[in-house]
Write a protein that binds this ligand. Structure first.
Ligand SMILES: [Zn+2]
Length: 119
């Protein structure tokens, strides 16, 4: 299933919020480029966590899925080292949960994503 996209109106709202946020960051940093970098990085990191969860949570989920799948890729069925595996969400908006993810080889993940983008 493809991800929800924004309507034209929603896209304008998102771009407006982004412009406001950039201005606010500029203001907050008072012209200090190092401080602007640090503020921007903090906001970026926290928004990424909102969407993807924290890295430690994803690492725990990967270990659980690896055990549940018997150490095999959900795409090709071949053996898969945990270290080189990736979580693939069935529906991105539903986040990272055991029910909404499959563990796959990084290369199998790329193939899946390419197919989704061309579907
Ligand atoms: Zn695979």
């Amino acid at each position: 299933m493809s991800n929800r996209t924004l309507t034209a109106t929603e896209l304008k709202q998102a771009n407006s919020l982004l412009a406001e946020t950039r201005l606010r960051l500029q203001d907050l940093s008072g012209g200090d480029p190092e401080l602007l970098f640090a503020f921007r990085r903090k906001i970026y990191k926290e928004l990424t966590y909102d969407e993807r969860g924290k890295p430690t949570e994803r690492a725990k989920l990967k270990a659980v899925k690896h055990a549940l799948q018997g150490g095999r890729c959900a795409e090709c069925g071949d053996e898969m080292p945990l270290r080189y595996s990736e979580l693939d969400r069935k529906r991105a908006a539903d986040g990272y949960s055991p029910e909404n993810t499959e563990l796959v080889h990084a290369s199998c993940h790329q193939t899946r994503q390419a197919l989704k983008n061309y579907a």
